[in-house]
Design a protein around this ligand. Structure first.
Ligand code: CTP
Ligand SMILES: C[C@](O)(CO)[C@H](O)COP(=O)(O)O
Length: 230
């Protein structure tokens, strides 16, 4: 099995968390949230390096001891949006990484990712011509809002999935798609590939792999990790 690398965008401000500290550094079971994300990725043997993209203005990262994370490389090249942070990271990587290397982009804000699922994803997609993403099928009935929180429609949910990360693509293919398609509609890596007409594969993820977005997500993440004995 060939190796792969991880790219972890961690340059966001966490505005929906409404905290002065960016959410990736909020306390989660006695450690910064991002520690759990990096700890999970370090358990994936097929990941040769784990590159993390932080903001050039980040004043938190250097306050922690990261010595235990031997495969970690920090890049202070975060951008104004998630997609820009990912593209900046890919462009830096491309100076010393083969253009056909598999890159797994994983949100710093998803600390409960299961290393076994990441292992499975790398094995499943190894020979895929495009790549793919972890995702879960939509489970609830979907309502479209009109005015004043009144429902105008029940939207069909058949075939709809909620995208998660990691999202695994080849370095040059992903960088090219982000360069060409960059815009507010590019909220994940797959959307950049889709804009070019590619059809990334959907791989079954897990509801435990939540993105910490709002304050209650931090509580959920803490319950999930505590149940795993972390
Ligand atoms: N300019 C940005 C914005 C986001 N991210 C990262 O992308 C991931 C997913 O983004 P999101 O949950 O939207 O994080 P924030 O942008 O920090 O949150 P918010 O949208 O609430 O401000 C996070 O790990 C975040 O740090 C990034 O690297 N660079
Ligand atoms: C990439 C992502 O995690 C897929 O669900 C998500 O789109 C990133 O977060 P955002 O809130 O859309 O920026």
């Amino acid at each position: 099995m060939m190796g792969a690398i991880a790219l972890v965008p961690a340059a966001g401000s966490g505005s929906r968390m409404a905290s002065d500290t960016p959410k990736q550094y909020l306390d989660l079971l006695g450690k910064p949230l991002i520690w759990h994300t990096l700890n999970a990725l370090h358990q994936v043997a097929a990941l040769e390096r784990i590159f993390i993209v932080i903001s050039p203005e980040d004043e938190w990262w250097d306050g922690y001891d990261w010595d235990g994370f031997g495969r970690l490389v920090v890049m202070r090249c975060g951008g104004d949006s998630r997609a820009e942070s990912v593209l900046n990271g890919l462009q830096a990587l491309s100076l010393f990484t083969p253009s056909d290397a598999w890159v797994l982009v994983h949100d710093a804000a998803r600390p409960c990712v299961d290393p076994a699922q990441v292992d499975g994803m790398i094995a499943t997609l190894a020979d895929d011509p495009v790549g793919g993403i972890l995702a879960v099928p939509v489970a609830d009935t979907l309502k479209r809002e009109g005015n004043d929180a009144r429902i105008t429609e029940t939207a069909p949910r058949a075939g709809l999935w909620q995208a998660q990360t990691p999202q695994m693509f080849r370095l040059a293919m992903l960088a090219g798609a982000l360069e060409t398609g960059m815009g507010p509609d590019i909220t994940d890596e797959a959307s950049a590939l889709e804009k070019q007409g590619a059809q990334p594969q959907l791989l079954m993820g897990s509801p435990w792999n939540l993105k910490v977005t709002y304050p209650h997500d931090l509580q959920l993440a803490s319950l999930i990790l505590a149940a795993r004995g972390e």
